[in-house]
Design a protein around this ligand. Structure first.
Ligand SMILES: *[C@@H]1O[C@H](CO)[C@@H](O)[C@H](O)[C@H]1NC(C)=O
Length: 252
């Protein structure tokens, strides 16, 4: 999702009016070629960009990351139950923002959690309660993006499952994370929309495609950009058609 955020930023560059990225002092490059190990253009935890009439945020929900919002789904749910609202505290302004009908919360569980039982329970509970709210029309839309797969040279492509070799697998037969996500999430029941990312055959497009070092992240432009485009179409179909950013480059 961080790569999707970067892709959104690149794609929307002609219309960006502001941005903030909290670059990491140190970023784990895992010996990937061309990776910057700290400071500008390395990695970041939170990102923000402003566009005419809207803003896009990226926030990690893993509490271990700086400015991460741990258990954000539980917090959303408690607030929904006590106040029928969903709010969010955003850097760099740190003010509490109430999300409304024009807002979209896009969520992805991420790759790193293996036992997802509790997380799925939280997503299911929050989603059902959100969709059943009486004031539903004034609350944000709730979109889930399925987790991309990995293409390591293991039995199922997943990093955690055995030995690795010098290449990523060009294709694998199934994505265990996507399958478990689709067994829990149902459009109209516990989520408004699901963006299904099918990347089983995209193994040759990873950063480490030919040395096997990183079969998780994708080269860019590539899969994240296609995902970003599909996400924009899903959350904003009419607006996207009406307001095509112009091709001309300004000097700003
Ligand atoms: C409840 O939600 C409203 C916005 O819908 C907000 O103005 C108010 O501050 C919230 N109250 C609490 C206690 O969070």
């Amino acid at each position: 999702m961080r790569q999707v955020f970067v892709a959104l930023g690149c794609g929307l560059l002609p219309v960006l009016s502001g941005r903030f990225v909290d670059w990491a002092e140190r970023w784990p490059c895992h010996s990937s070629p061309n990776c910057v190990e700290g400071g500008a253009h390395s990695g970041f935890n939170v990102g923000w960009m402003a566009l005419p009439g809207s803003e896009v945020w990226f926030v990690p929900h893993a509490g271990t990351l700086r400015h991460g919002q741990a258990n954000i789904i539980d917090r959303f749910r408690k607030e929904l139950a006590s106040n029928h609202s969903v709010s969010f505290r955003l850097t760099p302004r740190h003010e509490r923002v109430f999300l409304g009908r024009d807002d979209v919360v896009v969520y992805n569980a991420g790759l790193h959690k293996n036992d997802r039982t509790r997380l799925y329970q939280q997503l299911d509970n929050f989603g059902r309660e959100l969709l059943a709210q009486r004031g539903r029309h004034s609350l944000p839309r709730w979109v889930y993006v399925t987790t991309v797969t990995q293409h390591f040279a293991t039995s199922d492509g997943q990093y955690s499952n055995g030995r690795r070799s010098k290449r990523c697998q060009p294709s694998i037969p199934s994505n265990p994370r996507l399958e478990s996500e689709l067994s829990v999430l149902r459009e109209g029941v516990n989520v408004d929309r699901i963006l299904r990312v099918d990347d089983l055959d995209a193994g040759a497009l990873h950063v480490g495609a030919y040395d096997g070092s990183d079969c998780t992240h994708y080269c860019m432009p590539g899969v994240p950009d296609v995902t970003a485009h599909r996400l924009l179409e899903l959350v904003h179909p009419h607006d996207l058609r009406r307001r095509r950013p112009s091709r001309s480059r300004s000097s700003s």
